[in-house]
Design a protein around this ligand. Structure first.
Ligand SMILES: [Cu+2]
Length: 384
């Protein structure tokens, strides 16, 4: 039975424009750094999981698990908690300096989140949230037909998987909490928008880079032509975010941890942009096999539409200069360097354009890339 320990702590986030922002997050250990988002939790359908929440913050904190039935806190069904007749927590909380133990048994595979259930309008934007993945009972990563999001025969096989958690930061909220001043939710005005707790271009760094100790998860999506790339979106912020990857439409196979299927009828559908609402999750399978590429014909015969290949008219520096994966072509006018491996880059971003800035400066915010390589290690894009 998996046992997870989460330590609610304070820390400081880095943003690419040099800002440092006080936040609250979950750490993996008592001495480890608070992180944004919290450590992702991998559970298995039908298998009981225990989460110990250790509260090192100065006020009560709880964890709620939306979509999980019959959650127990210290062995009793979770129940709301009140303070002076006012609702304080949706579920049992841990007082400052104490611990509460939650147990539950996921009934459905899929993509879920966990988040603070105590003054959530403050504590969730402060950073107390994370991803919860539930594997189907028959999950087996070594057999293609059983390496699925929703189980054998559900048309949800995948080759690589990525978790992309959206969030946003209003620095005024964070400053008010640090200084223990009141903050009016009606004044909520984010200046930063995050994928896995980072703002672009930090989103493109690898996991666990030592200069982002509180933001361990990168969000570069990497794969090969034709592969089924699973993108698990989680809307952890207050706002809604229209996300899309360029290069191909993605197939939406599930929403809110529920497979889009009615009996034997597959209800999955292809979409360019999905609106990731606050608290919502999506499972999408992205396949890039455009431009005439097939495993039999690895040399595409059609020149790519350059608008799908770069940042914009400012220059095509994210393009190898070649329509041939893995080969180098002539450098277009204005380009100063090649991609190291001749890979293609497709932008993945919020289509609300303010959200791809860092405090008003473009580019930044909720933006990353899908990188398609001619060959890539099978270890990339595995969540364990
Ligand atoms: Cu776009």
């Amino acid at each position: 039975m998996p046992i997870i320990d989460l330590w609610a702590k304070e820390g400081y986030l880095s943003t690419p424009d040099g800002n440092s922002i006080y936040f609250w997050g979950f750490a993996k250990s008592e001495t480890g750094p608070a992180q944004l988002p919290g450590p992702y939790i991998i559970a298995k359908q039908g298998e009981t999981i225990t989460v110990n929440l250790h509260n090192m913050l100065s006020e009560p904190v709880s964890v709620s698990f939306p979509g999980q039935p019959e959650v127990l806190a210290d062995g009793q069904p979770v129940a709301p908690r009140y303070s002076n007749g006012q609702l304080l927590s949706f579920v049992n909380h841990a007082e400052s300096g104490s611990t509460v133990t939650y147990t539950f048994t996921p009934t459905h595979p899929g993509t879920f989140m966990y988040e603070s259930g105590t003054t959530p309008h403050k504590q969730v934007p402060m950073g107390l949230y994370g991803g919860l993945l539930v594997r189907p009972t028959d999950y087996n990563p070594d057999i293609n037909e059983y390496k699925t999001v929703y189980g054998f025969g559900t048309n949800t096989e995948y080759d690589r998987e990525y978790l992309l958690i959206t969030g946003e930061i209003d620095p005024s909220l964070h400053q008010a909490v640090r200084e223990e001043r009141p903050y009016h939710v009606s004044k909520y005005l984010p200046r930063y928008w995050t994928l896995n707790g980072r703002c672009a271009p930090d989103t493109m760094f690898l996991d666990n880079v030592n200069y982002l100790p509180h933001q361990p998860y990168g969000s570069m999506v990497m794969g090969q032509p034709g592969e089924k790339i699973l993108m698990r979106y989680i809307g952890a912020g207050v706002d809604n975010h229209p996300l899309h990857p360029h290069g191909s439409h993605a197939r939406v196979v599930a929403m809110d941890g529920r497979l889009l299927r009615n009996g034997s009828i597959d209800l999955s559908f292809k979409r360019f942009t999905v609106l990731v609402g606050a608290g919502q999750t999506y499972d999408l399978i992205y396949q890039w096999d455009g431009l005439g590429y097939t495993p039999e014909n690895t040399i595409p015969t059609t020149l790519p539409d350059k608008r799908n290949m770069g940042i914009g008219d400012a220059g095509w520096t994210m393009w190898s200069g070649s329509p041939y994966l893995g080969r180098k072509g002539d450098i277009p006018v204005g380009v100063v360097s090649y991609n190291e491996f001749g890979e293609y880059y497709f932008m993945l971003h919020s289509h609300e354009e303010l959200q791809i800035t860092n405090w008003g400066e473009f580019p930044g915010g909720m933006m990353t890339w899908v990188a398609i390589y001619s060959s890539l290690s099978p270890d990339v894009g595995m969540l364990k």
